[in-house]
Design a protein around this ligand. Structure first.
Ligand code: HEM
Length: 229
């Protein structure tokens, strides 16, 4: 009986919210480390390219070349898929439960936040696919001149286009908002929120969103302005 309950937990509303919170935490960890790593571009090309190479060798000598990186990828990819699945099915369930327009005023603020989260989610996933095509897969159609093993120059080429920079800045602004609202709701879902800490958690979530958005946006803007060359 109990095992049946455990198996059906992910299908419940709270189960889906817990899935969103846990997969969200994994991505927050990755995003913060990636943002910090990107700032190494200001140190110079050798340092940045060496850092990128070192990422492929993490865990050595226990792990072989790129092995641990693949472990991380194999955690992050299902995490983002589960996150999207839970978000989608919670949205569908909420729509079914709210056929009319009753209580429209009371839920206005909540609707605004969740609409921004949904739009943000779509922008972020589109951004990640474009970003991977550019800087990981090096597809010539989206990054002519991509050179494997030379992320420094690849970043310089990518951000020589104001349109690409604008897209990056918009995407990381949405990411910042997503982390602000998502960070706060995650704490609520996991039951780590009470009235006393609500304000503090909101401030910390806002700080996380702001630091991540600004920390990411600095690189494309600096490259476009010729501050990194
Ligand atoms: C806005 C500034 C950003 C810059 C300059 C940047 C730069 C890079 C570079 C150079 C790579 C290739 C690294 C390598 O091959 O060694 C990369 C990979 C990647 N980036 Fe970003 N990135 C940015 C934002 C983001 C954001 C906001 C996300 C996620 C929300 C993200 C997710 C990823 C992922 C998933 C990879 C693939 C990592 C792998 O599995 O090899 N990046 N990024």
């Amino acid at each position: 009986m109990q095992s049946v309950q455990v198996l059906s937990f992910p299908r419940t509303t709270i189960g889906k919210k817990v899935i969103m919170a846990l997969t969200g935490i994994l991505w927050i960890g990755y995003v913060v480390l990636h943002m910090y790593g990107n700032l190494k571009i200001f140190v110079g090309p050798e340092y940045f390219n060496h850092y990128s190479e070192a990422l492929r060798e993490i865990g050595a000598p226990i792990f072989g070349y790129e092995q641990l990186l693949w472990v991380i990828r194999l955690i992050l990819i299902p995490a983002v898929i589960l996150h999207m699945w839970a978000a989608l099915s919670l949205t569908v369930a909420a729509r079914k439960a709210r056929p009319g327009n009753y209580e429209a005023k009371r839920t206005l603020a909540a609707n605004y936040a969740s609409k921004t989260m949904r739009l943000g989610g779509v922008v972020i996933i589109a951004f990640i696919l474009f970003h991977l095509a550019q800087l990981t897969f090096g597809m010539q159609a989206v990054l002519p001149g991509f050179e494997a093993g030379n992320p420094y120059d690849n970043v310089l080429i990518a951000f020589s286009s104001p349109i690409v920079v604008a897209f990056y800045v918009i995407a990381v602004a949405f990411l910042g908002l997503h982390l602000y609202h998502g960070g706060w709701s995650m704490m609520q879902t996991l039951g780590w929120l009470n009235e006393r800490f609500d304000r503090l958690v909101r401030v910390l979530a806002a700080l996380l969103g702001l630091v991540v958005a600004v920390g990411f946006a600095i690189v494309p803007i600096a490259v476009l302005l010729g501050l990194v060359s």
